[in-house]
Design a protein around this ligand. Structure first.
Ligand code: SF4
Length: 331
């Protein structure tokens, strides 16, 4: 039996692509890549996807690719899109991961849900061919949804798949995919979003501020995750302070506090603050007064703040900082 690997996001297009090929009697293995900073440590999404693919007779392989992907983020060969989204390199990275799985399973070709013209940066024909060539999979990537607007691939030429049962979908419209989903009885699927969190300009502003101050090589999965939560401040001398905005931020900050200074008010309720480096008591006092601005207190109250990192700790008697001063540092 011919075997294929299908790259699967949690979206409809890759589900359809895999379904089309498995419907031709080919043994399809799905590969779903996850990033800890993009979706958090939860496994709900892969689980939901695995249930759908198993109903189609497709075994899903889930790979946490966060650590190797950091090199792509630190040095994207084809650069970033409008935010911190290295889309071309990200596609190439995933296709290379899929190629490794193909080799492991002895699969003959790769299936993707790419649709020509759907995403301007990474799903135009020249880019698709360029990626294919760089990944060493020339003519071995089958895009069932757009096959009729693309050159014939080896799986079609060799008769492994029936080209007449493939499609010629292109552009940004969703109607053809929705019609196909109805035909296959796929009723539950995620609505397409504009891209992953790396395409979010607000998030990107925080990541870029980190890169500017600490350098691209210092980016870690934890940094990327931290950029999702709370209020972020960069102070002139390179001091980075993150202050929780709501309960879930404070919980996330606690989880990401290893090796960082944690600031909390002792006598009042309020957020948690994190600082990755503190040069001495003056900086600690500055962070404490930033935090004091956000605690629940009466006007005029001073705030006792406890700062700790591992075994080290200090107490600071802080008065709240003027909001105007805070704002000028906020990202
Ligand atoms: S939108 Fe995000 S996940 Fe999709 S290709 Fe771009 S960087 Fe990768």
């Amino acid at each position: 039996m011919i075997r294929a690997v299908a790259l699967m996001s949690a979206g409809l297009d890759s589900l359809l692509a895999a379904r089309i090929i498995s419907g031709m009697g080919i043994e399809v293995h799905g590969l779903h890549c996850t990033f800890r900073f993009a979706f958090g440590p939860g496994r709900e999404r892969p689980q939901a996807l695995a249930e759908k693919t198993s109903a189609m007779g497709i075994r899903l392989h889930v790979a946490d690719v966060t650590d190797p992907f950091m090199d792509v983020l630190r040095r994207p060969e084809h650069g970033f899109g409008s935010a911190v989204n290295p889309c071309i390199d990200c596609h190439l990275f995933m296709i290379r991961r899929a190629r490794a799985l193909m080799e492991e399973l002895g699969a003959a070709f790769l299936v993707t849900g790419e649709v020509v013209g759907q995403r301007p940066m990474s799903q135009n024909k020249p880019t698709l061919f360029h990626i294919e060539k760089l990944a060493g999979l020339k003519r071995l990537i089958l895009r069932p949804l757009s096959a009729h607007v693309l050159p014939v691939t080896l799986p079609e030429e060799n008769g492994w798949v029936d080209r007449s049962r493939l499609y010629g979908i292109h552009g940004r419209g969703r109607r053809p995919q929705e019609a196909l989903a109805a035909e296959f009885g796929i009723t539950e699927y995620a609505q397409p979003a504009g891209g992953c969190i790396l395409t979010d300009p607000f998030y990107a502003g925080r990541v870029k501020a980190f890169i500017k101050n600490r350098g691209q090589e210092s980016l870690t999965p934890e940094t990327m995750l931290l950029c999702r939560f709370g209020r972020h401040f960069w102070i002139g001398n390179g001091l980075w302070v993150v202050i929780g905005r709501e309960e879930k931020d404070n919980a996330a900050l606690e989880n990401l506090s290893a090796g960082r200074w944690v600031f909390e008010a002792e006598d009042f309720t309020g957020p948690t603050a994190l600082a990755d480096t503190i040069s001495g008591p003056d900086e600690a006092a500055l962070v404490a007064s930033m935090l004091a601005r956000y605690v629940n207190r009466r006007t005029g109250d001073r705030v006792r703040v406890r700062a700790s990192r591992g075994d080290e700790s200090m107490r600071i008697d802080a008065s709240p900082m003027d909001p105007a001063d805070l704002e000028k540092w906020m990202i």
